[in-house]
Design a protein around this ligand. Structure first.
Ligand code: PLP
Length: 397
């Protein structure tokens, strides 16, 4: 008996293939430098852990309401007001197992077969898969490297059609690090309102912006765009809490209610004691976030400078998240010892075998001219990895 058509339609990820190979090599004792990390290398702050430990001890280990405990939804309301100038009611907030589940829930409650969903490219790998799982059609909209990968209103206008149901916006972006400015967002907001499509605004990296840039939530630009926006965020990246699996969505009540009904049939609720910890993350002291951001910024400046010094590598400056997305097209068509490097995947495989350095092929994110490196590793590891990478790249003829 075959698996369902749905299961067969899910793309296997070459990100996973490369990271699995890197892990296998590490397990064999090979010293691999991995730039593959999609999560902070810092530990969850102690004051957050303590709350979860106490909650477990006190027996807070049972089901909660599918939308999450009131205390957490209220904490999200407070956070959105404090950081994003946004007013929501508790009923307009739903918590989930990470923002990934929040995004999946949205795909399930908003998209029908044949709906078009605009995804600016390069994009986070999960968006097109979730859109397809809902039976909808991803419409990729290429952004330009020379433009810093910004989504431009005039380009967006060109792909909007009568079937456009939503735009998935991700600022700060994984993988490019682009942070959209107020005027970029205003143009996008106008189009959403004029054409009546939803904006799913994935703000998972909002706390990680550098060089004086400011994160702006598109929903804060006016009531009309707010009524079409579903903001998605989580405690994962900001508080080094990826494994706790707490995310949330905020938007029109009709949508959060539909998600609660869906979630009640799928996962019931996010982990009870992790919800308690997330309340503390959102409302407690924020100085650990500033410390992590400072450390990421040091690494960001170092990695960009070092990459730019490698002949053939071009690298725009990322202003958010913890990734760099250098252009490696100068190496495509060059010869390695066992063949021609034709794709970003070939280059990633070459770097892993030759330099013992793991990077993610850009093709995964919609651009074969790039590779993605995460700087959620120590400065020493970054320096070591880039030395090796530079040497291996210089051997390509
Ligand atoms: N959005 C983006 C752009 C991401 O890169 C990630 C994780 O890598 C997520 C959302 C999901 O994070 P989580 O489910 O841990 O909140």
């Amino acid at each position: 008996m075959p698996l369902s058509r749905r299961a067969r339609s899910i793309s296997p990820s070459s990100t996973i293939a490369i990271t699995a190979m890197a892990k296998k090599m590490q397990a064999e004792g090979i010293d691999v430098v991995s730039f593959g990390a999609g999560e902070p290398d810092f530990d969850t702050p102690d004051h957050i852990k303590e709350v979860a430990i106490r909650a477990i001890r006190e027996g807070f280990t049972k089901y909660t309401a599918p939308e999450g405990i009131e205390e957490l939804r209220d904490a999200v309301v407070t956070k959105l007001k404090r950081d994003n100038e946004l007013e929501y009611d508790r009923e307009e907030v739903i918590t989930s197992a990470g923002s990934k589940q929040a995004l999946y829930n949205l795909a399930m409650v908003l998209f029908d077969r044949g709906d078009e969903v605009i995804i600016p490219s390069p994009y986070w790998v999960t968006y097109p898969e979730q859109v397809r799982l809902a039976g909808a059609v991803p419409v990729f909209l290429a952004t330009r490297e020379e433009d810093g990968f910004k989504l431009r209103g005039e380009d967006l206008q060109r792909v909007v059609s009568g079937r456009t149901k939503a735009l998935i916006l991700n600022s700060p972006s994984n993988p490019t690090g682009v942070v959209l400015e107020r005027e970029d967002l205003l143009a996008i907001a106008d189009l959403a309102v004029e054409n009546g499509f939803y904006v799913i605004s994935d703000e998972a990296y909002e706390m990680l912006v550098y060089d004086g840039k400011q994160h702006i939530s598109i929903a804060s630009l006016g009531e009309r765009v707010k009524s079409r926006t579903i903001l998605v965020n989580s405690v994962s990246k900001a508080y080094a809490m990826t494994g706790w699996r707490i995310g949330y969505a905020a938007g029109p009540r009709k949508i959060t209610k539909a998600i609660a009904d869906l979630q009640s049939q799928v996962t019931s609720n996010p982990t009870a004691f992790a919800q308690k910890a997330a309340v503390t993350a959102l409302l407690g002291p924020q100085d650990e976030v500033a410390k992590m951001r400072g450390e990421f910024d040091r690494r960001r400046q170092f990695i960009v400078e070092r990459l730019r010094a490698i002949p053939g590598v071009k690298c725009i400056e990322p202003f958010g998240a913890f990734y760099v997305f250098p252009n490696i097209s100068a190496f495509l068509g060059r010869r390695a010892h066992d063949g021609i490097i034709q794709t970003s995947n070939d280059l990633a495989t070459y770097l892993l075998e030759e330099a013992k350095v793991a990077v993610i092929p850009g093709k995964e994110f919609g651009s074969d001219a790039h590779i993605r490196l995460s700087y959620a590793i120590s400065l020493e590891q970054i320096a070591k990895g880039l030395d090796r990478m530079e040497e291996a790249l210089s051997k390509l003829s």
